[in-house]
Design a protein around this ligand. Structure first.
Ligand SMILES: Nc1ncnc2c1ncn2[C@@H]1O[C@H](COP(=O)(O)OP(=O)(O)OP(=O)(O)O)[C@@H](O)[C@H]1O
Ligand SMILES: [Mg+2]
Length: 307
């Protein structure tokens, strides 16, 4: 009984899910603001809609897991090395769920105001401009904070009240508290292993998120993706994946990072344009990831094994 009361009075995340624009059965009390009721966002976020279905080749149960997480408005962390499909996945999910997607590329110079918003001076005086996080929270978008560890920790903490049960964003300078729109969700990306101890998410940030692990797909799937995205045939794509697998085995033995799916797509695109495979692989796979002459030789010989 007590629990039911609690649920009725203070369950912002569950309320958000049930008030979402996808559920039409519930009528809302008059006092709720547009942001809270999930009313149409009057075209404000139209430019953030993913217009066409992005090509995304699922590699496991990540689509179903994300949908379940979104249905309870759980903030999600996408973990995985560079160029393995995290951004593509979130674009695909935004399209599938029919929600606008606001992406923020985080960097260490970013301040809380860059996320939340600031007063601007114009001819008619000062006016408030929502930052991307406030825009997403107010009008109901998925806010994707790419490379969130790049941001300073004092910046990252502004997402805390939005990513726990409160689902609010206090705009201290403006004296306003935004109650997150029911469709709002935070997604962050994170490259495990790139962090130093100084540059990692706080536990209090990490523990506000569910996490999905990403990695390079298994051979056949990755070749399918490379062929689709670059326009080369599957046989060429498979050879490219073989080369990448060799390079990935050198990670930690002279290479900081293996060859990503993105790099394979670059190589494939050059080959599809008529560049000789050897040259294409040197430009797109070997030279970008290492300057070490021995390592370049080792990778070159992997290339010549397959082309
Ligand atoms: N599962 C997949 N389905 C379709 N395309 C994929 C998939 N995985 C990777 N790709 C392709 O690889 C490219 C790179 O992926 P993406 O940009 O999503 O990487 P990322 O994980 O976000 O990397 P970073 O951490 O550097 O931002 C995409 O543009 C897409 O073409
Ligand atoms: Mg990305």
């Amino acid at each position: 009984m007590r629990d039911e009361n609690l649920m009725r009075t203070y369950m912002p995340r569950r309320d958000a899910a049930s008030r979402s624009t996808t559920s039409t059965s519930e009528t809302q009390p008059m006092s709720r603001s547009a942001a809270e009721t999930g009313a149409p966002t009057s075209g404000l976020l139209d430019s953030y809609r993913v217009a066409r279905e992005p090509y995304y080749r699922a590699v496991g149960d990540e689509v179903a897991l994300y949908e379940a997480a979104y249905s309870v408005r759980m903030p999600i962390m996408l973990k995985g090395p560079t160029g393995c499909g995290k951004t593509r996945f979130v674009e695909y999910m935004a399209w599938k769920l029919g929600k606008p997607l606001i992406t923020v590329a985080c960097n260490e110079d970013m301040t809380a105001s860059d996320l939340v918003g600031r007063f601007l001076l114009d001819a008619s005086g000062t006016r408030w401009q929502d930052g991307p996080l406030a825009l997403a929270a107010r009008h109901g978008a998925i806010c994707y904070l790419d490379e969130v560890v790049e941001a300073r920790q004092d910046t990252t903490v502004v997402i805390h009240p939005l990513t726990d049960a409160r689902r609010i964003l206090p705009l201290e300078k403006k004296g306003e508290i935004i109650e997150a729109h029911p469709d709002f969700q935070v997604v962050i990306s994170y490259n495990p292993g790139y962090q130093s101890l100084m540059k990692d998410l706080k536990q209090s940030t990490k523990q506000r998120f569910g996490a999905l692990d990403f990695n390079y797909p298994e051979h056949e799937t990755e070749a399918e993706i490379v062929a689709h995205e670059s326009g080369v045939g599957v046989d060429v794509a498979k050879n490219l994946v073989h080369i990448a697998e060799r390079a990935r085995n050198l990670k930690g033995h002279g290479l900081d990072e293996g060859i990503s799916t993105r790099m394979l797509i670059y190589a494939g695109s050059l080959i599809a344009k008529g560049v000789a495979p050897l040259a294409a692989c040197r430009v797109a796979l070997v030279r970008p990831i290492t300057d070490d002459p021995d390592m370049r030789d080792a990778l070159d010989s992997a290339v010549t094994t397959y082309f």
